[in-house]
Design a protein around this ligand. Structure first.
Ligand code: UT7
Length: 321
């Protein structure tokens, strides 16, 4: 059977490291509050000249190198972002050009923090229909550019970065590698809990991120546990067969609560929120790349991905590496 197989991962972070103590110098907050409520200790923030497309291109190059794939072989680029370089063209086309890919398809998906899950499911479907044979799926963000640095309830939570995977259509055995199941959801009812208060068609400005964190937290734990159960059921496996969970990194307490709800062993959850903070669509592929490169995630492992974000949108996917 034809499956989309993850053959390489890569990631990129901006140069500027900002600790909680650094932030406490410009915002009314403390390292103690941020660590206790979120698990975040530091984040990387883009400097002038570092953009969503430059971070995405760097992450993509590393993923291509890990997969042993040349940029010219890529027929599809799906890039998840809520912070594109420009309103248009799609950031994916800028990455395509920077990588030197000729031809093929390149477009962005906007599902905020769930963007990578949406992009992965889209690329998986397109590869299985034969539209392309090799794809790059990228999550890349520069949320620092849409943060209100006067609002301590949001500005301490986010960071910038990018992560990428190479997906290849391969004819594999039933117990072989590839994406085994994926589930996506959206519900526009709660827009006001997490949104950006600008846009080309409303204010004509870029706008700033607004979030009612406590309410988002409550929805996240319920929705994530549900979509993870659905995905596990669709794949016909049990929770204890999962080797690793690579979740969206919004808050260490959400990760703990979700794992507890599902009966997942805490040590199977890849946590990077402490060093990257919440990088929105980049957080899942960034965390995956960390766990692949440090040797935790290995060939043959069953890995569960999950995310929830503005929209609301949420989703999960299960892959055998
Ligand atoms: O990736 C997209 C999805 N997003 C999420 O999943 C985010 C989900 N939400 C969260 O992670 C948490 O709700 C937050 C980390 C955003 C907030 O944690 P919380 O435990 O829900 O805190 P809270 O909003 O209830 O605020 C508690 C107190 C408040 O003070 P009072 O009213 O109790 O006196 C805030 O004013 O903490 C205060 N506070 C801060 N204090 C120091 C809020 N932000 C800060 C801050 N530093 N940065």
């Amino acid at each position: 059977m034809i499956r989309a197989v993850l053959t390489g991962t890569g990631s990129a972070l901006p140069r500027q490291l900002v600790t909680n103590a650094d932030l406490a110098e410009r915002v009314d907050t403390s390292d103690e509050w941020i660590v206790e409520r979120t698990g975040i200790r530091q984040r990387y923030l883009a400097e002038p000249g570092e953009t969503t497309s430059s971070l995405a291109t760097e992450a993509a190059r590393r993923a291509l190198e890990a997969a042993g794939v040349d940029a010219s072989e890529i027929g599809l680029i799906v890039l998840a972002t809520a912070t594109p370089d420009h309103t248009f063209p799609a950031t994916a086309t800028q990455v395509q050009h920077a990588l030197g890919c000729k031809g093929g398809v390149a477009f962005d998906v906007a599902a905020v923090c769930s963007g990578f899950l949406y992009a992965l499911a889209t690329a998986d479907s397109l590869l299985r229909t034969g539209m392309a044979t090799k794809a790059l799926v990228i999550g890349a963000e520069t949320f620092s550019r849409i943060l209100d640095w006067e609002d301590r309830t949001t500005c301490v939570l986010f960071g910038d970065g990018a992560g990428a995977v190479v997906l290849e259509a391969q004819d594999v055995a039933e117990n072989g590698p590839g994406i085994l199941a994926s589930k996506l959801h959206a519900d526009g009812e709660h827009k006001e809990l997490l949104y950006v208060d600008g846009g080309p068609s409303t204010t004509g400005t870029v706008g700033k991120l607004r979030m009612r964190g406590r309410e988002v937290f409550r929805h996240a734990v319920v929705n994530l546990a549900e979509v993870l159960r659905e995905t596990i059921e669709e794949a016909g496996i049990t929770v204890d067969q999962v080797d690793w969970v690579v979740p969206h990194q919004a808050n260490a307490r959400i990760l703990d609560a979700t794992a507890r709800k599902l009966g997942l062993a805490e040590e199977k959850v890849v946590v990077t929120v402490d060093r990257h903070a919440n990088t929105s669509a980049a957080s899942v592929p960034l965390a995956l790349d960390v766990a692949v490169r440090d040797g935790r995630v290995k060939k043959g492992d069953l890995v569960l991905f999950e995310a929830m974000g503005g929209g609301f949108t949420w989703g999960a996917a299960l892959a055998r590496m």
